[in-house]
Write a protein that binds this ligand. Sequence first.
Ligand SMILES: [Zn+2]
Length: 286
Amino acid sequence: MAPVEVPNVLRRTDPSKSPAPMVFDSPHTGLLFPADFRPAIPLEHCERVADWFVEELFRAAPDHGAILVEALFRRAYIDPNRSERDLDLSMIEPGWPDPVDLTEKTARGASLIWKMIDGQIPIYDRTLSVAEVRNRIETYWQPYHTALKAALDETYARFGTVFHVDCHSMPEFGDPRWGDQGKRRADFIVGTRDGTTASPAFTEVVVETLRASGYSVSLNGKFKGVELIRRYAHPATRREALQIEVNRGVYMDETTLTRSERFGATQAAITRMIAALERFTRDAAG
Ligand SMILES: [Zn+2]
């Protein structure tokens, strides 16, 4: 089916064949900077904070019965993979009326509205107004969550179960803020918030099919998954979710920000994983 868009906010692509109980989402591949972003630094710094080409790597999902939801706005503007309460009030004029819950992302300058790039380059030279923060939440963050939740709820209503795959990419090598400076990361890191968002069986299909294609895969560690899987997973009622971080070293050149010669092979391996998940999730729905 043709994708449905909320202009500048999100795109939803429905299955091109009979649906399977799978939903994929790509929250960090949007390209739009809304006009009121007004950073104090050049846009190219802010453009680097993105999961380049990830929506393309997972493009086969609707051909295997999944709904695919993608953000169209940039993560540096507002981050869908954070709680709306994860707000650094030092960035906002006094008087924010809603509750806040800080997380470990706040100290890295990477909460709902990012304060810094790479934890060290301040994005703004002004405080944001309450109205502009509220607009980012209501016009971008909330519709993305509403669309993702609708996709999950529709699928659950139809099958009595839903399997959500939240798709990301990570730098090839570690950095000091993550405590793994200079170390090459695994080709894929699968996050289940330490086993709380997905069953071992679902997790194993992802891990084993990627390994069968010759990739190294690790589980949890420093990339356990954040808000998008935390918020909507509930394995006890058969709503499962996991996060996949693809190492940029297996599909792109991080200096030139272009696809590498390995892009096609990695995309094909991901497509095989999606096909295995289709079989697994159809069986699970029974
Ligand atoms: Zn991401």
